[in-house]
Design a binder for this molecule. Structure first.
Ligand code: ARG
Length: 259
């Protein structure tokens, strides 16, 4: 009897131990296992992903809603891991995160290291400067100090522009730093994705101006990134396609971009 009891106690302990170790798994209402995926992002990019400090410390935005929509459909939970934009691809490669939604453009270079979903949103690049700067086109950047986000396609574009236009290029890890440097006069301009730039133009109360760079090459599409060979890519893509067709993605675009 005693033996039986101790066996019972130790097996209860064991079960307790096992369930405590089930990191990454959580039970849903029906008691079935629900996998918690880790989403990497760089929450400096309104309206894609940002923290609205007036409302709280939660990371919100178009990408967050899109991730919610897709993971819910597939029966996953997800949690957000915030980091600098340059850290995102290494985080996918090391398995620190399962997918990345960060307004990331699927460039040929990045495709060597990670897999991408289809493009879910396309925007352009914009030159942002102080109101009245007279900077309207790429040519006007001559002799100017121009800021970009480290590791972004905008940094790549700026390097290309710098080959023909003599300007000084500066990189910063976070988008708000670019805006601050313009406001303080250290930068004359910055190259930022237009949807993101427009938000800052609005909140600057007319102190900044922006001009879209008008060529097709300057397009900045966004796609979801996965570790190379991840099965999640096809799962996510299928739902993404469905939601783009049935108008649910459009609804999110209206909610976050048409304000
Ligand atoms: N679309 C650009 C790129 O892929 C910029 C994305 C920046 N995203 C961010 N969350 N800061 O390089």
């Amino acid at each position: 009897m005693k033996k039986l009891l101790s066996l019972l106690v130790s097996s209860i302990l064991l079960i307790g131990l096992l369930s405590a170790c089930g990191g990454g798994e959580e039970k849903n209402e029906s008691g079935a296992q629900k996998k918690v995926l880790k989403m990497g992002t760089s929450a400096d990019y309104p309206p894609f992903e940002y923290i609205d400090t007036a409302k709280g410390n939660e990371i919100i935005g178009f990408d967050v809603d899109l991730a919610k929509m897709i993971t819910k459909e597939l029966g996953y939970e997800f949690e957000i891991v915030d980091m600098d934009f340059t850290g995102l691809i290494p985080a996918l490669q090391s398995g620190k995160v399962d997918f990345v939604l960060a307004g990331m453009t699927p460039t040929e270079d990045r495709k060597k290291n990670v897999d991408f979903s289809d493009v879910y949103y396309v925007s352009r690049n914009m030159i942002v400067s102080k109101k009245g700067s007279g900077i309207k086109t790429v040519k006007d950047l001559k002799g100017k100090t121009v800021g970009v986000q480290t590791g972004s396609i905008q940094e790549g574009e700026a390097k290309k522009i710098a080959k023909t236009v003599d300007m000084k290029l500066e990189s910063r890890n976070r988008i708000p730093e670019l805006i601050q440097e313009i406001q303080s006069g250290r930068f004359d301009a910055a190259i930022i994705e237009d949807t993101v730039a427009k938000g800052y133009l609005k909140t600057s109360n007319g102190k900044l101006e922006g001009h879209t760079i008008p060529t097709n090459e300057q397009e900045a599409g966004s796609a979801i990134a996965f570790p190379k060979g991840s099965k999640l890519r096809d799962e996510f893509n299928k739902v993404l396609q469905e939601k783009m067709k049935n108008g649910e993605v459009d609804k999110l675009i209206k909610k976050w971009f048409d304000q």
